[in-house]
Design a protein around this ligand. Sequence first.
Ligand SMILES: Cc1cc2nc3c(=O)[nH]c(=O)nc-3n(C[C@H](O)[C@H](O)[C@H](O)COP(=O)(O)OP(=O)(O)OC[C@H]3O[C@@H](n4cnc5c(N)ncnc54)[C@H](O)[C@@H]3O)c2cc1C
Length: 392
Amino acid sequence: MSDTRYLEWPFFEERHRRLARELEAWAQAHVPQRHGDDVDAECRALVRALGADGWLKNAVAGMPYGNLDTVDTRAICLIRETLARHSGLADFAFAMQGLGSGAISLQGTPEQRERYLSRVGRGEAIAAFALSEPEAGSDVGALQCSARIEGSHAVIDGVKTWISNGGIADFYVVFARTGEAAGSRGISAFIVDAGTPGLDIAKRIDVIAPHPLAQLRFTNCRVPLTQRVGQPGEGFKVAMRTLDVFRTSVAAAALGFARRALDEALHRATTRRMFNQTLADFQLTQAKLAQMATTIDSSALLVYRAAWMRDGGHSITREAAMAKLTATEGAQQVIDSAVQIFGGLGVVSEQPVERLYREIRSLRIYEGASEVQQLIIARELLKDLAAAGKDV
Ligand SMILES: Cc1cc2nc3c(=O)[nH]c(=O)nc-3n(C[C@H](O)[C@H](O)[C@H](O)COP(=O)(O)OP(=O)(O)OC[C@H]3O[C@@H](n4cnc5c(N)ncnc54)[C@H](O)[C@@H]3O)c2cc1C
């Protein structure tokens, strides 16, 4: 297990320390260290196991568990960090249950909560969040997928892409243009069950760190209006609020990857002999290790500051963006150093550091690319300055 002294930081309460210890023991017993070729089956199995043993309740904050505003962000971050240290797929399985059901936790009707959230929390239904489109990724307000209202139904047409859990999800929360107003104020959210006529998996997408991912096509896909989540035209707000909850946890996952890379690098550096000493005896190696540890602690401070502030009821737009930017970019550097310390072994398929090298990359892109986080931080700074009545 990694260095756990950070759990003594004042951000945490005793329940968080207990959670981290218990999950570590669970992960050692239940999370496979290596993945086979069938990521769909592995992902389903991980969701079931995480649900059966009660971990998913932390990600799914809907009925009977409360709502997203009462979610324990520190618990979510500790869970993602711990799972990511063991397996990117385990972290993915946990996180997507929360992200995919977040809109229902925030705005779902009692019937929607009853029907979906308990099953998601028990790992009996797999959730997905369908926002991005081929022409609307970072600029998500440009989305084109449409939902026209016909009587008691919405008819959805369009394409969604990069949809995690695409192909294995039991339902998708889909954001579509309903046209109440121009731009982002004319979007609504709908729950579309897998198997609904008109919803097809257009193609599966293979990525460098395999997990279930697909492009979805909607063709005259009729969904009862009782499946709309929240008010008409409020879908964009719901999507952004959901992402706000989970952005800090992406940083926590990156932190978990980085901690694993440092553990692996320390072990390798202290056991690999060369030039009559170990690799760790060289000051150049020590400089690398020092930088890796410092980057990890800086990221952890930002991650848990943001989580602690959110749990205290504060707005964390700036803090979450700082945490995601620093932890994901920092983890990439830490992992790269680990690969370097491993030498040739570092690039051999399925070595832990090689796997981490692939796992970390997309975290700098999804849920707001690093450049988007930089813009958010700068926007908040300038807003504060303007509010203080100074010249910008
Ligand atoms: C593995 C993976 C899983 C995903 N899962 C989901 C999911 O479950 N549901 C979902 O809806 N989406 C998902 N996405 C989509 C993800 O959110 C988008 O990939 C992301 O928003 C970026 O959009 P894009 O890929 O279209 O890149 P683009 O929007 O084309 O951006 C390309 C690059 O431009 C740069 N950039 C962006 N904005 C600016 C700017 N203002 N100034 C300067 N540079 C900028 C960034 O470097 C960015 O990486 C996933 C993506 C990946 C890779």
